[in-house]
Design a protein around this ligand. Sequence first.
Ligand SMILES: [Zn+2]
Length: 148
Amino acid sequence: MSEIRCDYTIDYMLERGMTILKNTMNKKNVKFIKPIIAVLNLKTYIVNYSEFCNSLNREMIQIQKFIENELKCKTSLVNNLDKRDETMISLKIEGKYKESQLNPIINRCIETYILCINCSSKNTEIIKINRINYIKCLDCLSERSITA
Ligand SMILES: [Zn+2]
């Protein structure tokens, strides 16, 4: 009677599975969360702002500065606006803006600060060399300076 041998232990297979999963998760098409925009008392809120910035792998201040520059207005961070999640921080924008006005700015922000122009990955980080900010792509490793 021949014995069926398995060269792979369950541990090995599990570990291998996890590595493949991890690599897939780190690779390309990093999904970013769509900002939820709400208007209340002549102010505009990006309700899920902290979640949105996290998904972009950016500091809240970086995105905030960009939005302020684009809209030429003041913004501030507020909490407890999102009842689903008490840890969520929202961005309060002075003035009333429609989603159709904010979305192009958010898209431009993503193109300027996040997207790799070489491979279109959003899996990037900002690095600073000699006071110049660069976007480094974590997928194709290309770098570009931020000109905006
Ligand atoms: Zn790239």
